[in-house]
Each structure stands twice: as C-alpha cells, then as structure tokens.
Design a protein around this ligand. Structure first.
Ligand code: NOJ
Length: 547
C-alpha cells in the first residue's frame, strides 16, 4: 500500500498517472467510408478523447490494437509486416500524423506488438515454409510428425483444434497456438530476437510511447515441447475441438526463460526516454508478479485482469486488491483492467448500467494505472451478432457463446445512420440502441454515463491522492467496498455499494466530508460520514481533506 509520497512530482513516470484508453481500430471511427475504422478516424476523434478541456474525456494515453498489414485471419493479430500499416487503416504517413496530433494534445500513443506469432503471409514465414533448408526455416517452430503421422505433441489451439498444422510440401508440422494462419516465431533463434527487437526500435523512432505486448508469456515454450498434462477440472461440456481447454497449460507458456528475453526487450525501451512496456499476462500471482522483473527490469505493467474474472462483489474485490498489493515488490506499480477486445462488455457482465458506473468508479479510484476500453464510457453493452455474421475465429470454431465480436461493435458517435461510425455498412452490426446511446446524446445530458466518466477522470487527474496516493482499505464485510486514498494532506474516501439494496457504510470516521462525485451524478456538498447511506449500486467519491 506504499504511496509515492517520497517522490517529487517529476519523478513519477507519466504512465503511473495516466488513464489509458484502448482503441480497437476497426471499430472506432471510419473516415474512408468502407465500414472499417481507420487511423484518420482516430485522428478525427482525438479532441473527443482529450482536448484539454473538461468537456472531453480527458484520457492521457491511447493503446491502439493492431493496424499492421494483415490478412485479418485474427483481425490484425496476424501480422504480415511488423513495420507497416494495413491499407485498410491508412499508411505510415497517417500514423505519423496520428502521433503528432496526439502528442500535440498531450496524449501518449501505445501500440500493440505481437511477438509470439506472425501471419502465415509474412515474408519470413513464406521463406520458412518454402523448404527445410531455407535460411529462415528455423525462424518458426517446425517438427517432424510422430511415427504414426500425428502432431509432435498434444497441445491445443486457443481457438480450437490442435496447435499444429501439417505442411505437406516439406513434411513437417508448424506450431500455431491460435489460428493456423498465425505461425509461432522461434524466439530461441537469436536472429528472430534481433529482428523483433528492431521492430520495436522502428516504432520507438517514430515516436510511440510504449507497447502492449500480445501474449508475452507464450514467446518461449518448453525446449522439449513436452505434452501438457490433462486438466482434471476441465468443464465437461467443452466442444469436441477444444483441445486447449482439456489441458493444463504447463509447457506452452510462462517458461522461466521468458524473463531474460523480457530484460532485453526492456533494455530496448530504456534506450529511449520514458517509454512503457505493458504485457498481456494471466496466471497465478506469484508467477504473474515475476513479469515486473526481479529488479523492476522487465515489464512496467503486466496487465492485471483479475477484476474481470471475479464476482462483482465487495469482499471478492477487496480480497483481490489486497492479494495483488501484498504480492507487489516495492518498485512495482499496480494496474487494473475491466474490459478489452477479448471479453464481454462491462455493462453486460455486471448486469446493468448502474453496476457499470460502479465498475468505472472502482477502476478509476484504485491505486494503479487504469485501462478503459472504448465505448465503456457510454455504457456500450454486448452487441447482438446473428450466428451467420460471426467474424471472430474463436466464435466460428468454438461456438457463438465464445465469439468476441460482441465487444467489438462500432463505436456509437451519434444518432445518424450507422451511429456516425461510417457512411457504409459496418464490418460488424451497430447495436440497436445507437439512437439513444451515443456520444452526441450523452454530451448533452448532464447525468449521462459519458458525463460521469468525464467527471471521474477529471477528478482523478486533478488529485494526487487518486493518482499517486496510497490505498487503505476499510476491512469490513458487507455489501460496501470502502477505501481511502491519501497523499500528504489530501484524503479521499471511496465508498461503493455492490448490492441492489440501500446500504449503510461500515463504521468510518465521524465528521464531515464533501461529495466530489456520485455514480448517479446527483449528489454534491457536505455529508456526515457516519450518517451516509448508499443507494443500490451507488458509488461515492468523498473528499475528507477538511476533516
Ligand atoms: C491476445 C489478443 O488480445 C487476442 O485478441 C488475439 O486473438 C490473441 N492474443 C492472438 O494474438
């Protein structure tokens, strides 16, 4: 629960204070009229994100999911050229404009980096598969079939089926833990490592402020590629092709050898000023925490997805935060995520818009860098995608209930046709509520979700207690989660009611506080702390500094 009290203002790196906003570029804003979002669309929306005034969202950084040249087998996570921009999204000049325009507004730019696998259309893989003695053969993971012709081991793909694809022309299998169009790079080959580190430099030289590193724990697998053990707890109703779900993921990810590589990746970031390395990581806390590096010399922020997977419940959240805080080494900075392009929408997961606001207040008041997902600020819920229109390979292969399309529907900008997202038929259908749920409508409504997020982010950004202060939980049970955030003389109370009933707060300070924000946007002014009641799913942010 350490705070940054000892640090001078300037010693706190920007990414510790920042609110990060994830943009899924296909779905954010289409400027070219082809139904698919693009870089110019993002540029056109930068003022919405932060124009320096209280009327904009106020985020400090954007993370843009992949925009590289790609056959789009996994919508950009199959990269055919690590140093380019797919024509669907624009070109390098558009990217340079985006960085310049973002920086002009004080917005940092974080891009996705997909080091575990390329596209099968990458020139490296084309060379690699061309013959067994091609110089790039060893850039990917090729193995002979077993004597009976079956794959080299029992690993399954995240997206269904085996993790190996047989290449008849050269008589070997290659490894792909996602779709077969995503062959896995061989990071044991020093040339692969060097080439990939150079791709980081390419973007750092263009001014990007950091990377979100895709499935970073997968880049090194067991040297012997041993079979994974069967998972005795696998749900009984898995589809037949879900080989991945039936196994424990022991040898295909999170090998100790990933850490020296992460140190090399970090060393590249450290060749530049204040760039941030964020990694996509799951797993038990003791393993997860290692990704900060023994001496804080690996990732700045291993993404913390724990809040997504636990019940929407005060005790569960209090415990998750406590465990994470306790596991962090002193140099490590926490972070939280409540939604992204792989998970059902926050508003749908938590059962309603009041709950979604409460989740937003939680995310933006905990100690650590929050990452928001586009559209959560207007309460987008899961889209309805007819089965025949499912695009996501995970949904196509493993069943509609696993499709990630639901959280990738177009951003709803206005009540105009196609929600102001595009002039053309969008790549995924716009949600049917777009006429009432959109940015334009919510801008005009002082009680809207958007106005709530704007206010919340501005409260956060104008408060050292919320950005860099310490975190002191109130250790009480019951439906309310309460904690203090404090920095020097500034002390705030966050009180969140996770139940659908009116609730009294646990015993807290006596005296007065000043309500800075209610999730309902209808409370302000002084309150007696020991008299406080919270309405169903209400959250309050209260300034206690005057006590
Ligand atoms: C994780 C990404 O978040 C997901 O969208 C993608 O499908 C896989 N990695 C494969 O790159």
């Amino acid at each position: 629960m350490a705070d940054q009290a000892g640090k001078s203002e300037s010693a706190v790196p920007w990414w510790q204070r920042a609110v990060v906003y994830q943009i899924y570029p296909r779905s954010f804003k289409d400027s070219s009229g082809n139904g698919i979002g693009d870089l110019q669309g993002i540029i056109d929306s930068l003022d919405y994100l932060n124009d320096g005034s209280d009327a904009s969202l106020g985020v400090d950084a954007i993370w843009i999911s992949p925009f590289y040249p790609s056959p789009m087998a996994d919508f950009g996570y199959d990269v055919a050229d690590y140093c380019g921009v797919d024509p669907l999204f624009g070109d390098l000049a558009a990217f340079d404009r985006l960085v310049a325009e973002a920086h002009r507004r004080g917005i940092k730019v974080i891009i996705d980096w997909v080091p575990n696998h390329s596209s099968d259309q990458h020139s490296w893989f084309k060379q690699s598969r061309s013959s067994r003695d091609n110089l790039k053969r060893d850039w990917y993971i090729w193995r002979d079939p077993k004597p009976d012709g079956s794959p080299p081991n029992n690993w399954g793909s995240f997206f269904g089926g085996p993790a190996w694809r047989f290449d008849a022309a050269t008589g070997q299998y290659y490894l792909h833990q996602f779709v077969p169009e995503q062959p896995e790079l061989n990071w044991r080959n020093p040339m692969v490592k060097e080439a990939m580190l150079d791709t980081l430099r390419f973007w750092l030289d263009r001014g990007v402020d950091g990377f979100r590193m895709d499935v970073i724990a997968l880049i090194i697998k067991d040297e012997l590629l041993r079979d994974n053990p069967v998972n005795p707890d696998a749900p009984p109703d898995l589809p037949d092709n879900d080989l991945f779900g039936r196994l424990q993921q022991v040898y295909n990810m999170d090998q100790d050898e990933v850490h020296p590589i992460l140190k090399e990746i970090r060393a590249v970031l450290d060749e530049y000023d204040e760039r941030v390395g964020i990694g996509e990581l799951w797993g038990p806390l003791p393993r997860w925490v290692k990704y900060y590096g023994e001496h804080g010399d690996e990732l700045h922020l291993p993404f913390n997805f724990r809040l997504i997977d636990i019940p929407f419940d005060a005790d569960a959240i209090r415990q998750s935060v406590a465990e994470m805080e306790a596991a962090l080494p002193p140099f490590a900075w926490p972070n939280y995520v409540l939604g992204n392009h792989d998970r059902p929408r926050l508003a749908s997961r938590y059962g309603g818009l009041a709950q979604a606001r409460l989740g937003g207040m939680l995310l933006l008041t905990l100690r650590g860098t929050p990452t928001l997902y586009y559209g959560d600020e207007i309460g987008l819920s899961n889209g309805t995608i007819p089965p025949e229109m499912i695009q996501d390979p995970q949904g196509v292969n493993l069943g509609a209930h696993r499709s990630r399309d639901v959280c990738r529907t177009p951003m709803q900008w206005s009540a105009a046709a196609v929600a102001g997202f595009s002039d053309a038929e969008p790549w995924l259908p716009v949600s049917s509520d777009y006429r009432s749920r959109n940015v334009a409508v919510q801008r005009e409504d002082p009680g809207s979700m958007l106005r709530f997020y704007q206010k919340l982010i501005h409260c956060r950004q104008s408060s050292d207690a919320l950005t860099i202060g310490d975190y002191q939980p109130v250790p009480a049970g019951g439906p309310c989660l309460c904690y203090y955030r404090q920095h020097q003389q500034e002390k705030l109370l966050v009180a969140l009611n996770f139940s659908g009933e009116t609730a009294r707060l646990p015993e807290l300070d006596q005296g007065q506080g000043r309500v800075l924000l209610s999730t309902e946007m209808d409370r302000s002014g002084s309150v007696e702390i020991d008299q406080l009641t919270l309405r169903p799913f209400e959250g309050l942010l209260i300034d206690l500094s005057l006590l």
